[in-house]
Design a protein around this ligand. Structure first.
Ligand SMILES: Cc1ncc(COP(=O)(O)O)c(C=O)c1O
Length: 472
């Protein structure tokens, strides 16, 4: 007797073949679609019925709806001319990994809930650790996002102060002020994590960055010394290797020494640029990374792995475990193994290691390295072409695959008209994005508005990048 829910396996087989065929065609023809969706707010309400189907619908008709109703509302992150934010570079290998993971529908909360989910995660992260040139002995765990991994790292840092926060909590007792330090270029996820953990807005000190947008180590040392004199406890120092706005690099080695002297935890946010360290020639950018207590790298940013896949490495898994492990009777298991639920907030966890395994093994480190190098070369070429124009200014040194620039408008005396330059740059961004040919985003550096281009899609060629020049 067949089940009530999925009563026709052949319908699934037919629809599955059709979906895979569609995906293969989609990936090879995506360039003909506008990168940025042209939907206006509220389209779902106008496009879809107000109640779901009572009797159910065939996969065939749903796939038809997918094509005609869903696709127009998609901004195509898999488009080779997607240059906004940091491209989430979904690859073919990653798609297969996700598909198979969905078929298994494994929840890897404890080892026995699916041994291979835990063991492949440990194994693949050991490969990744070695491939990035990180020191031996690091513990790795995959979570959904860098935001969550930074949250976990700062929670461990808070526990490492010895203030017994896990046991005693933070309310109803007098605690010294705890502080987290990062640069004024750090990603907002650092501040968000600090807010959620009770450090408070005033518990985060943003150290001024230098002319190249890297944290100034002298300012960090002075701020910590000053705080210590007034009884503040430096809890964590967060360095960024590849900042969001400009891909600048903080001086991790110096920050490590300062953090160690102050008894603070060093967390490194390499969510974007960490993947570039597959190539040893870039590793000088994060010199000193071996002193990090924890480090986050997002394969879903620049390692061609579907969102979500963010890796937290730590050399102090014992602290992470002390912070989060809480095992009720119904989750107790007899094996002396890693149970990843002990190292974070969430219990249930997807089998994300499967897609990362597929990506690393299918492409191989050489092809991954070459693709990332090519992106950096494209960024260099773009920056050089922009620099050659006298009405364009680069707002930051080009690093990795990020270029930030603005259009310049000069008044009659030759001086830059700031307000007019901003209007012209904003108008240029709108024109580019409305065209559907490219999608770029913006940032503001020391108050100056700029168009930010980040190259990261595996299918991007120079022709796609050159489209930007045609608009400028
Ligand atoms: C440097 C950096 N860190 C952290 C994040 C947050 O990443 P996620 O979306 O994985 O939380 C970003 C996002 O772009 C980022 O650029």
């Amino acid at each position: 007797m067949s089940s009530i829910l999925d009563s026709d396996p052949e319908e699934f087989r037919r629809a599955g073949h059709e979906a895979i065929d569609w995906i293969a065609d989609f990936l090879t023809s995506i360039d003909r679609r506008p990168v940025l969706s042209r939907w206006s707010p509220g389209e779902v309400g106008r496009t879809f019925s107000s109640t779901p189907s009572e009797e159910g619908r065939s996969y065939g008709s749903l796939l038809e709806d997918f094509r005609s109703r869903i696709l127009p509302g998609v901004t195509h992150w898999n488009h080779p001319a997607f240059f906004a934010y940091f491209a989430i570079t979904g690859s073919q290998a990653g798609i297969l990994g996700e598909l198979l993971s969905a078929a298994l529908n494994v929840n890897g909360m404890v080892w026995r809930s699916s041994p291979v989910a835990t063991e492949l995660e440990t194994h693949v992260l050991e490969w990744l650790r070695g491939a990035l040139g990180l020191p031996e002995g690091l513990f790795g765990i995959i979570n959904d996002t860098a935001s969550i991994n930074t949250f976990l790292a700062l929670a461990a840092a808070r526990e490492a102060t010895g203030l017994e926060i896990r046991a005693e909590g933070m309310s109803g007792r007098t605690l010294p002020q705890l502080r987290v330090y990062c640069s004024d270029q750090a990603h907002s996820s650092v501040e968000k994590a600090a807010l959620a953990l009770g450090f408070g807005v005033r518990g985060v000190t943003k150290i001024a960055s230098d002319a190249g947008f890297s944290l100034d180590a002298g300012h960090l040392a002075a701020a910590i010394e000053n705080d210590q004199r007034s009884g503040v406890i430096p809890c964590a120092v967060v360095g960024t290797a590849g900042t969001t706005s400009t891909s600048s690099f903080d001086p991790i080695a110096e920050m490590g020494e300062i953090a160690r002297a102050a008894g603070a935890w060093l967390h490194v946010d390499a969510a974007y640029a960490g993947s570039a360290m597959l190539d040893p020639t870039h590793r000088h950018f994060w010199r000193g990374v071996e002193s990090a207590d924890s480090l986050v790298v997002n394969p879903h940013k620049w390692l061609f792995t579907q969102v979500d896949c963010s890796v937290l490495f730590t050399r102090r898994p014992d602290v992470l475990r002390e912070t989060f492990s809480l095992v009720p009777e119904y989750l107790r298991t007899p094996e002396p193994v890693t149970n990843y639920m002990d190292y974070g907030l969430q219990l249930g966890r997807r089998f994300r290691a499967l897609k990362l395994w597929m990506v690393l093994e299918h492409y191989g480190l050489t092809r991954l390295r070459q693709t990332i190098s090519q992106h950096i070369d494209f960024a260099k070429r773009l920056a050089e072409s922009l620099l050659a124009r006298d009405d364009v200014e680069l707002l930051a040194p080009q690093r990795m695959s990020v270029v930030v620039f603005r259009k310049l408008v000069r008044s009659e005396d030759g001086r830059v008209d700031e307000a007019a330059s901003e209007r012209k740059t904003e108008a240029l961004l709108e024109r580019m994005n409305q065209s559907g040919e490219v999608f770029v985003s913006h940032t503001r550096l020391r108050g100056t508005y700029g168009i930010r281009v980040a190259i990261g899609n595996g299918a991007t060629t120079w022709e796609h990048v050159a489209r930007i020049l045609a608009f400028v």
